[in-house]
Design a protein around this ligand. Sequence first.
Ligand code: ADP
Ligand code: MG
Length: 467
Amino acid sequence: MIETIIPEKNTIQEPSLIWRECLKTIKDNVTLMTYNTWFVPIKPIDIKNSILKVQLPSRFFWEWIDEHYNTLITKTIHEIIGPEAKLAYIITDTQTSEETDHIHDEKPAVKIKIIEDTKPKPEFETFLNPRYTFENFIKGEGNQLARAAAGAISDNPGGTSFNPLFVYGGVGLGKTHLIQAIGNKILQNFPDKKVIYLSADIFTIEFVEAIQTNTLNDFSLFYRKMDVLIIDDIQFLIGKEKTQDLFFQIFNTLHQSRKQIILSSDKPPKDLKGLDDRLISRFQWGLTADIQPPDLETRIAILKRKAEDYGMSVLGDILEYIATNITSNIRELEGCLIKLLANASLNSKEINLDLAKKTVKEIATDRKVNITIESITKVICDYFKIDENKIRDKTRKKEIVIARQIAMYLSKELTKSSLKTIGLHFGGRDHATVIHSCTTIETLKQSDGYYKDIIETLRNNIEISCS
Ligand code: ADP
Ligand code: MG
């Protein structure tokens, strides 16, 4: 593979061709916003001895990439260039960035760093990300119970009645952060405990591999040895009966010997249709705690904290502007802040309200790129459990009318489609009907908290399903 892609002699084109290949893989693994913010600005410079040299616009940029995307980049260049491949970063000051095209080896850039593979593991890899701690997890009304239970478990794993702890809630609301924080804290409190974190889809992949390599016993034994088993996104076990069977056995062994089990999911146990009833009932043995979307104050507090973590000073009114305009989930809130910092650092501008407005707008545009009327219809029909054809025909049944109106409203909010196009998608209705639907829903949202919540949930679901 190395020979076919990299000839002996480098021409000007090669690094960009190779980098373009890398970008294809990267694009599949990150959100569009991340891709645009962090990968598009990277400039390939040259490639020698399997070292691909790229140029980054600032030190902040480098630190961010290095911290967050090291694994992805390393994996990608190994795939594209070969197992020996490394990436060298050249960082230029904003002042010198104009001259970036003329950088040579002899003229040292501000900084060069070669990304190395991550260090060999100790006895086993815990897969815990040390970044997720209680200290940087902001408390709010929406996560109070889950946070309190998490704290109690960290002081006494396996010894509280919160076993298992089952945390559920929408995407980007802090489930992964919280359950990993428990793992990190337990290791801090009890360094000898065997703690492992993994998501249910990784568990499933490993299970299948164990079957293929005839090592199912080892696999099962490995997890039964744990003191603390943390499984994220347990909904991935739905429909995977064999994996569920084995997980059931592991669960029982651990629970009987008072080992701590911590699970997360996008839904409460009783709604996990397609999961074995025996598992569902066991998931309810301990404590089930939900995480709700954060209120405005919590969103501001989170932004404030994140800005501090990035070492940036951002004025209160800017944080408030972002928190008011980005409401769906914390990941996006964080994404907006990062994009703002990136916009500022890329263009060496100061962070002000105008830049914040521009950034919020960009995020809304990024969001819209992937969202279609079809995807909106699908999410809404799934949610209300109605047939997609019904939403398009003439039915005047109340629940269908409301679903249809919400669909039109969100199509207007979340896509760039014209009123006419939206009307056509919903059974050839005219643009006046679409306007009427939009005002009806807007009024309903303001007068009825129940519908306001539903619409926000739907908006969130749509954005997630299209990201
Ligand atoms: P989920 O697993 O529910 O989809 P994550 O745990 O991945 O969500 O959270 C998304 C991002 O938001 C993470 O970067 C996380 O650190 C951050 N985050 C979520 N909740 C909080 C919180 N309460 N305080 C600080 N950061 C948070
Ligand atoms: Mg998660």
